[in-house]
Design a protein around this ligand. Sequence first.
Ligand SMILES: *[C@@H]1O[C@H](CO)[C@@H](O)[C@H](O)[C@H]1NC(C)=O
Length: 361
Amino acid sequence: MAYKRCRIMNLIIISILFVAFYSFYRIISDRVCYCPRAHDQLLSLPEETCRQIRNSIILTQLKKYNHTFLMEQIKELQRCWWSVNGNALEDIRSELRACCNAGSNLLVTQANTHIGDYITYGTNRDKRIEVTENIHEMLPKVSPFPDKPFRRCSVVGNGGILLNSGCGSDIDQADFVFRFNLPPMNYAGDIGTKTDLVTANPSILHTSYSKLDEERKPFIDDLKAYKSALIVMPAFSFTSNVDVSFKVFHTLQDFESQQKVAYFHPDYLKNLALYWINKGLTARRLSSGLIIVSTALELCDEVTLYGFWPFSRGATGKPISHRYYDNKVPKPGFHSMPDEFFFYTQMHSKGILRLKIGTCY
Ligand SMILES: *[C@@H]1O[C@H](CO)[C@@H](O)[C@H](O)[C@H]1NC(C)=O
């Protein structure tokens, strides 16, 4: 009798171990191995067709391109295999390092700026601000970026195209995740949960947090969604940005937050704008999208863009909301996003970065 009970116990223990091992295996395999199950069916275009589409995009000129046609083509390319072209990436990377060098110059730091230096404002270029001891103390000691590039980066735009994309876990699998303008984070399945760097435009502090003049707790609470991410602000683009950008620093300090804020270096932004003007972009100012994409190309071995789609309709003609968290229709002529998008489609076709459009499942 005791023998039989013992056998039953053994069987139960073995079953429990088996279930535990299997669940463990599922969790680990989902994390370690990226298995593009359904993707395989989508990668259905013949390579020859893919090559033709890529070539036609690469040969298109910025001044002459047809938005509708480009939308259709980039959508088609989602059904083609994409891989990094190391040489093409290295070429643009060495150009970007030579002109701009995000690794050490993206942000104002104690390493690139000294007490008594003057910083010239990005837009009000006849005005400059002296780096006092107080300001100097607010700056990070050195650039937060490592010398060795990150293996994979996700750059997550706020485009409505992310809704129902199911791209959250793809986005989170990157080693470094960039986001824009303190976006709402309650769409984990579509946008992921990870953030390593998030930009904040002073305008959002004016509209949503009354310039941090009054209650600052809601701001601190909202920032918790970005965990330990670095917050980056264009403090020295306009003279009017300085106050509120410094207030973010003091608010984080007063609330003993572990989060840090840093400021774009206006000289970096100026050099980067010149770089893209030389490539044919005519906009007066770069969007933060193109700034961060350029930065990511310098800092990452593989860059994937999500949520970049500056059109109010999808390639199939279906309306798409401007941002994934609201449905405000963009003002026509606001920024030169479609022209910047043109560069992304070219870089996608050349294997410099991957422009992800549509679903990830
Ligand atoms: C732009 O492309 C679309 C789709 O290919 C086409 O139907 C349309 O005629 C083109 N427009 C112009 C102005 O070439």
